[in-house]
Each structure stands twice: as C-alpha cells, then as structure tokens.
Design a protein around this ligand. Structure first.
Ligand code: TEU
Ligand code: CA
Length: 544
C-alpha cells in the first residue's frame, strides 16, 4: 500500500505544510511604467498574496523565476551574474526589502538557481572562451571536432539544432543543451561546483529561504560524451520536437548526478529551515532518486510533473489516480509529495484542459484536487484567476523556444489586476488576455475561481487532515470518478471528483459517513448529502 501516513502537526515546516506560489517576475506587477514587472511591484502586491486574512490568497512562499542579471536570451535562464539582480527587476536593495517585507508576512522567498548553464556573457565564459589555456577553460565543456569537423556527438539542444557550437578562435566546440547563449557549465570541475555552492550561500546569507533548481537532471553528463541512442517510437518526434528523436541516456539523469545533488543539499543544510525543489522529469522512481532514495539526503522535493503534461484527451480519473498512487507508492517513508498544475514552460491548465467553459470547469476541479492532495501544492501566478493561454500575435512573440508553435509566451502574459489590467501604467511587454478575469472583479464574486482558491487555501491552512493527514483512495467508485480521503485523527475529509462531462452518482461506502458538504467547484452548490456530481465537479466533504 502507498506510504501516505499522517505526519505529526508538531513538525510544521513551511515548505511541507505551506503553499508555494510561482511568480514570473517580468509579468506580475510593474512599478515604474516600463511595461516590465519588477521586485518593487511584487512588494506592492504582497498583501494580495498574504495579509494574514482570508481576503488575501494565503500563500506561504514565492518561487521567483530568475531575477539575476541576464542578456534575457532565455528570459533570465541565461545568467550573467549569479549574485545580482537584473536592473529590469531592481537592485540588491529592493531584493533585500522584498525579503524583509515578505518575511514580515510569513512569506518565504525561493529563488531560481540555474546551475546547468550560464549566459555566454557571463565573465566566466568570456574568460573560458578567450583561449585554450585560460584557467577557466575547463569551467565549460569544450571538445575537438570529429575527423570531418563535425560536432563531438549527436546531442541536440532543447531549442533545436546541435547542442554544440563551433568557436572559430579556439577551434573547438562548446556544449549548450539549450541556446548557444547558454553554455553548459562543467560540474565535474570542482572549482565550478564550489563556485556554485558559494552562490547558494550568498543568497541564504541574505535571507533567501530556498531554491528551485533548474534542469537539475542534466548538470553532469556521460563523461565520455557518447551519442544518445535513437528514440524508436518516432510518434513523439512530432509532438515534442527534435528532443524526442533520441533517448536521453547520456545527457540526462546520468547515474552519478546524485552525488552532486547530495553535496548541494549539504550546503543548503548549513542554514536552518531551507529547502530545495529540483526540476526533474520522468517516472516517480526517477524523481525519488533526486530525493536521495531511502536516505532522503538529496533534494527536499523533486517536481512531480505528470499533471502539467496532461491535456484534455488524457485528463481522466483513472490516469490521474494512477499518477497520485504511483508517486505516493514510490516515495520512501518521510518523502514529501508535491503537486503542480502549471508553470512558465507549459500551456495554462484552463487551456490544456479544453479552454472556454469546459477548461474553466476542469481547472476548478483540478484546483480542488491540487489543494486537497497530500503534499505541497504549487500555484502558478494567474492560475487562481482561471487565466488561460493568451494568443500572442506572431510579431509580438519573444520566447526563443518557438520550435513548438508560439513557444511559452502565451502562459507568461501579465497578471490581470483590474478590468483595465493595471499591471503597468505603460505598455505591457506581452499583451493582456481576457480582462474579464481580473483580481478586483473576482474578489467580489463568491463563485469566481479566485474566491474558490481563497476558500480552499484558508480551509487547508486550518486543516490537520489536509496539511498532515494520510491519503487513501476510495475503491469501487464509478469509472470517471476519483474519490479519496484525507484523515488525521478526528479530522476526516473526503474528496469526490468527476472527470467526465456527465452527472455521476456515487455510492459512498457506509464506513465513510458524510456529515457536511464543505466545498463544491460547481457554480450551483448542490444539496449537502446528495452525491450526484455535476459534470467536471469536485466536492469536499467532512466525514463523521
Ligand atoms: O526548463 C527545462 C526544460 O526541460 C524545458 O526546457 C522545457 O523542456 C522547455 O521549456 C520546452 O517547453 C528550464 C526552465 O524551466 C526553462 O524556462 C528554461 O528555458 C530552461 O530550463 C533552460 O534554462
Ligand atoms: Ca518595471
């Protein structure tokens, strides 16, 4: 049986028992009218995020996508100074003020640590590429060409083309698993590893509470740089582009990566109550590897992405329950789950699940599931409004990852504060979406997505069952439904989800006596004891 035991409320830890909110800093709030979000803008909106009352969203931590100096080739994921603040976002004084103001509200700060690659404008790379015998040459991955001048191996970059860029001056290739503006750092060089450990210490000394670790699964690769084998199932190539033409056995999840992960954890553990969550992919057992397996001496969490990869035709009760049980099953005792519906790299959940009214209904049910499963929920800014992908005109697209259609701009558009937008007094760097979805109007509507998120979050904050309780699926419910309990001592709850577009009546086992309907995602709250779920409806019940 999955090991989803209750946890002792005494061991309250912010990153386990709280809710984490991802802010794409460029798109949350602009404070100086340049159309680009910034850290002062976030400070101005902290009371929206948590002012200690149920009028606010009620989150416990903010994960910022990169805030560091960067040429913005990949919008901050090409870092040119790991210990600074990009001038578009502010400066170190504003960052310090943000940390202080957030902490005053009990909000922790998580920064995006980008260790796999730096910007090609980083001083380290400028030195490294200057000559073959520069002391920093080996801080990056340089290799001679093949006999006919070809790249050292067949690795391909996520954003298309070979993962090797020729450097005419020193007559070698350098590796870049992403853009050529993002040269891979050589973590097998201890000087690199130590320099990056010091970056973590720098920020923790300033009060930063944790790190989301970018591309955690690729920071070391096959030391012999052997070719990746082909992906026999070529169907994926059409779906996921060139990357899917290979099985990434040599440049992803390399076996000794866990040694580097453990050493990062050792550094983070030099400071109290810090956390790490790694961007890792694949099966639950692969994700658990980054936790450090049974010893749990790796990352505090590895992102659990299956739900962000689910599109409407795969959004079924059976598949989602399989994901939940598989992750619960794979975690070693004490391992802590996490759940996420969206981020800055994937289509927004309301769009993925069908768009329009259907997408909204499914996103509401997904929110109830996100906030009632066992483990840490991650909310992507705007999700609490029901924001969907925004169709950005081709001439305004800016994401380098445009290999896959419009790229990721549609899920990175400005936060919508009022029906006029109110993200900036200038021209927003990306267009607004449907402004009828905005904080001001939604806060006044008890049936809005925002009101649903606030009720669920504030209920969750006071519920031992949801924060600490055991998870157990209820067997034998009709196809298309996923029903589970969350129980901690006498705090006993049941969640019932209907993934179908038909009403479904569920006979709840007599052993689970429903006493009170606490929440429904349907816009027409049903009679308490009736358990006929509307299409795409989720409900939360108290049990005797
Ligand atoms: O993403 C890693 C990753 O695998 C993504 O590149 C994903 O496959 C891609 O975005 C296509 O949708 C991280 C960051 O989340 C992403 O924003 C960065 O572009 C990337 O790393 C490079 O740092
Ligand atoms: Ca600004």
């Amino acid at each position: 049986m999955p090991n989803h035991q209750s946890q002792d409320p005494k061991h309250h830890l912010w990153w386990k028992h709280g809710i984490i909110y991802q802010i794409y800093p460029r798109s949350f709030q602009d404070s100086n009218g340049d159309g680009i979000g910034d850290l002062q803008g976030v400070i101005d909106r902290l009371d929206y995020l948590n002012d200690g009352t149920p009028n606010s969203l009620g989150i416990d931590a903010i994960w910022f996508s990169p805030t560091f100096p960067s040429p913005m080739a990949d919008f901050g994921y090409d870092v040119s100074d790991y210990e600074g603040v990009h001038p578009d976002f502010g400066d170190m004084a504003v960052m310090d003020k943000l940390i202080t103001e957030a902490h005053k509200r009990g909000i922790r700060i998580i920064l995006d640590f980008v260790p796999n690659h730096s910007s090609n404008q980083h001083p380290w790379f400028i030195e490294s590429r200057s000559s073959r015998d520069n002391p920093k040459r080996d801080w990056y991955i340089w290799r001679d060409p093949g006999p006919a001048g070809e790249p050292p191996n067949n690795w391909i970059a996520v954003f298309g083309g070979s993962a090797w860029e020729w450097d005419q001056k020193t007559q070698q290739y350098y590796l870049h698993l992403f853009l050529k503006e993002q040269p891979d750092l050589n973590w097998r060089n201890q000087q690199v590893e130590h320099a990056m450990h010091d970056v973590l210490r720098f920020w923790m000394n300033r009060g930063v509470d944790g790190f989301r670790i970018d591309v955690m699964d690729r920071i070391v690769k096959d030391p012999e740089m052997r070719d990746n084998p082909p992906q026999p199932d070529r169907r994926w190539a059409e779906l996921a582009g060139q990357m899917a033409l290979q099985r990434h056995t040599q440049d992803q999840d390399w076996p000794d990566i866990i040694d580097y992960v453990r050493r990062i954890r050792t550094v983070v553990d030099e400071f109290p109550e810090r956390m790490t969550v790694g961007e890792v992919f694949g099966t639950p057992s692969n994700i658990v590897r980054y936790y450090g397996g049974e010893k749990l001496d790796g990352l505090h969490m590895g992102f659990n992405f299956p739900l962000v990869r689910l599109y409407m035709n795969r959004w079924t009760a059976e598949r989602v329950r399989r994901y939940v049980d598989a992750f619960e099953e794979a975690l070693p005792p004490g391992g802590w789950p996490n759940w996420v519906l969206g981020n800055h790299d994937v289509d927004r959940v309301a769009s993925r699940l069908g768009g329009g009214e259907l997408g909204q209904a499914r996103a509401r049910m997904a929110a109830l599931m996100l906030l009632t499963l066992r483990g840490t929920p991650f909310i992507y800014y705007g999700e609490e409004l029901g924001m969907a992908n925004v169709p950005v005109p081709d001439d305004q697209l800016q994401d380098p990852a445009r290999l896959y259609g419009p790229g990721r701009d549609p899920e990175r558009t400005p936060m919508q504060w009022t029906r006029d937008g109110d993200f900036t007094t200038g021209t927003p760097w990306l267009p607004y979406g449907d402004l009828s979805l905005n904080v001001e109007d939604a806060a006044r509507d008890p049936m809005s997505m925002l009101s649903l998120y606030k009720r669920l979050i504030w209920f969750r904050r006071g519920s031992d069952a949801l924060v600490h309780g055991a998870y157990a699926p209820v067997e034998g419910t009709p196809p298309g439904t996923f029903v589970y309990t969350r129980i901690h001592n006498d705090d006993r709850l049941l969640v019932a989800l209907n993934f179908t577009t038909d009403p479904i009546t569920i006979d709840i086992p007599a052993s689970l006596k429903l006493t009170e309907l606490l929440e429904s995602t349907h816009v027409d709250p049903p009679v308490a004891q009736q358990i006929t779920l509307h299409p795409n409806e989720g409900r939360l019940y108290r049990l005797a």
